[in-house]
Design a protein around this ligand. Sequence first.
Ligand SMILES: Cc1ncc(C[n+]2csc(CCOP(=O)(O)OP(=O)(O)O)c2C)c(N)n1
Ligand SMILES: [Mg+2]
Length: 308
Amino acid sequence: MLFIRLVEEMIAEKYKEQKMRCPVHLSIGQEAAAVGVCNALSKKDRIFSTHRSHSHYLAKNGDLKKMLAEIYGKLSGCCGGRGGSMHLFDKSAGVTASVPLVSSSIALATGSALNSKINNTKEVTISFLGDGSVEEGIFHESLNFASINKLPIIYVCENNLYSVYTHLNERQPLRSFNKLGEAHAVKSITCDGNNVSKVNEITLKLLKECKKNKGPFLLTLNTYRHREHCGPNYDNNIGYRTEKEFKHWKKKDPILVFKKELIRKYKFNEKNFDNLSKSLTKKISIAFKYAEKSKLPNPSLISKYVYA
Ligand SMILES: Cc1ncc(C[n+]2csc(CCOP(=O)(O)OP(=O)(O)O)c2C)c(N)n1
Ligand SMILES: [Mg+2]
């Protein structure tokens, strides 16, 4: 979680240099969801992500250098510099795709789970989605399909309360996420998404069930993004959320919560934390240098991968 936090804080810091020219949706504040889930997975399990994809990609051990080079639009990026922050993939790590069209990766993930079912492999697919995703038809069609075919998939809804600037209460005042899942006979669980240990524990249980042909599941993780919807800044001044709400969630910062747990249960202290931050920052700085120094794609490649 700290690794992801430091990577994204460095993206936020360097964004003003205007060398990264794609939009960035930071997961700062939501790291426990990505890490709690991905830490339970094996290399062969596949994940699918959204526009807010950095945390998922890194939690599943996607290559940091390729991710940063992609955000800088470089040829050495995971999509050759064509996709940017919202199109991350690292097939060897099981990061199959991230897609910025809200909800569209849910169907791709469902197809991936169907593949496991047909070929009787034991891999499980994770479909990360935001709370805004449940408002697209594709969410319901996918859950219905997964339910009737008993697919080995966990739909992980990161409920950060907002779709851009609109609070959940204005969008879904009448139904809980669990009820939405249960309407498709998908077993649905809600968990504190800022407690990485709890997220991990519950994911491990659901994975076991999926492997016993008892999937699919909808796992809703309650969490909060600290920064603006898109970009490196804070936007509490524009009025769609209150300072009080923000402070409430800052106290529940997943890294703080886990640090306290480590100090309470193990021989961990602030010094260990600082040392860890320092060594991770070193590694991250090297990856940034690599991305910045990498070559831009040659314009002659513009029509490669374009089919018409
Ligand atoms: C089909 C589609 N409609 C609208 C958008 C614009 N858009 C990008 S992110 C977003 C909000 C998504 O909210 P949520 O799913 O809760 O994810 P979060 O940003 O909170 O992580 C919207 C409406 C889009 N990318 N795709
Ligand atoms: Mg949201």
